[in-house]
Design a binder for this molecule. Sequence first.
Ligand code: ASP
Length: 439
Amino acid sequence: MSIKVVKFGGSSLADAEQFKKVRDIITADSDRRFVVPSAPGKRFSGDTKVTDMLYECYSMAKEGADIDEHFAKVIERYNLIIEGLGLDFDLSDEFNHIKWAFMHHAGRDYAASRGEYLNGLILAKYMGFDFIDPARYVKFADNGSFDSEITNELLSAELKKHEYAVIPGFYGGMPNGTIKTFSRGGSDITGSIVARAAEADIYENWTDVNGFLMADPRIVESPKEIKYITYRELRELSYMGASVLHEDAIFPVRVAGIPINIRNTNNTTAPGTMIVPHTDVYDADRVITGIAGKKGFSVITIEKAMMNAEKGFGRKVLEAIEKENLSFEHLPSGIDTMCVVLNSAEVASCREKLIERITQAVAPDSITIDDGLALVAVVGRAMVKAKGTASRVFKAVAECDINIRMIDQGSSELNIILGVDESDFEKAMRAIYGEFISA
Ligand code: ASP
C-alpha cells in the first residue's frame, strides 16, 4: 500500500460545500492517509480569510479593544461549516478558550494558527480520522528557524501510530511551548514536512487551479499549464515571483525525492502539474518550461581601468555590499566593469552609504546606481539540448523594440535571465511566451 499526503488550501475548505468535495477526494483513494488542511479561505471575491480575521482580532485585543463582535464572526464561519456538514460537534469550549487567550496577551502566531487548528478538528471529526496537533511535532529552534531534523524524527515516529490522520498546516511549536507559524501560505510547507516524515510516495497539493501555469495569467493571456517540472525549475520560477506553492515547500520533499502533484479540488479530472526530482519528459514543443519575472531592481555599475588585473576587486565590492546587510541577485561583469543587481527596496535605505563604502574599498573611476530594472527569467530543462534558444529569446524581445539592459545565463543552462526597463516588462514577457508557445 502506498502513502499519499494530501494538503488542501483555504479555498478548498472555505465552506461546507468545499468540505464535501474534499471528503470525496480523500475517500476516493484509501492511500490518502494523511491530510493537511489550511484555514477556511475566501468563499467569494471580497470575502475575508479566517487567518486575516484572526490577525485582526489579535491586533484589536492588543490595543485593549473589545473583540466580541469580530470573534463572533470567526465562530460563525466554523459553525456554518459544522451545520452545513450536519455534524454533531460542539466547539464552544475551544472558542471560549481561544478568546480567553486573546484577551490575555496570547501571541500573534498563536492567534493566526487557530484557523488551521479549528479547521483540522472539524475535518478530523468529519472524516473519522485521528487529529495530530503539529505544536508537538513540528518544531522550531530558539532562534525561530524551522528545525527540520528534530521535526522529522518526532513526526515520523508519531505518524507510524496512525492509519489515517489530520495534521493542521501552517504552525508548530517553539522549544518554550509557544506557537510559531511559518510565513503566509505556509500550510504548503507543513504538507511537505508531513510527506517527508510519512515517507510518502506522493505529496498532493490540492488548490483551486488546474496546475502551475507557464506564465502569469495577469500578463500573458491564457497561458498553458505545465505538466512536468523539476524541483530546480520550480525553484527558479518561484524565486522570480511565480506563485501557486510556497517557495519553501520544496525543501522537505526534495530531501526525500518525493514528487508533488498540484491538483484542483474543483476539477478533479485535471491531472495537474507534477513536480519531480528529475524527468526525461521533453516535449519538443516545450523548449521552455515557464517564464516569470519581477520589477524593482537596481544595478550598480562600477568602472575602473585595468580592473581585470586587480586581485580581490570583486571580493572587496561584495564585502562592501555585505556590510550594508544586502544580498545581491546577479553579477554580470565585463573586463573593466562590474555590475551588481540588487533589490531596489533594500538599496533605498543605504544608497549613499553603499556608494561611499564601495568607493573607499576599490577607488573606481566611476560608480553609478540605476533603478527601474525588471528581470525576466526564462526557465527550461530542455534548453541544454535545444540549440538557438537564447537567440530566439533575444530575437523575440528585439522585434518588440525592447532594449536588453542585462543578460545572465547560468552555466547549468537551466535559465536565461534578461534585465529590461520596468516599462518594457510585460511586453517582454508576452513576446518571449509568444515566440515559444503557439496559441
Ligand atoms: N492560513 C494561512 C494563510 O492564510 C496559511 C495557509 O493558508 O497556507 O496564510
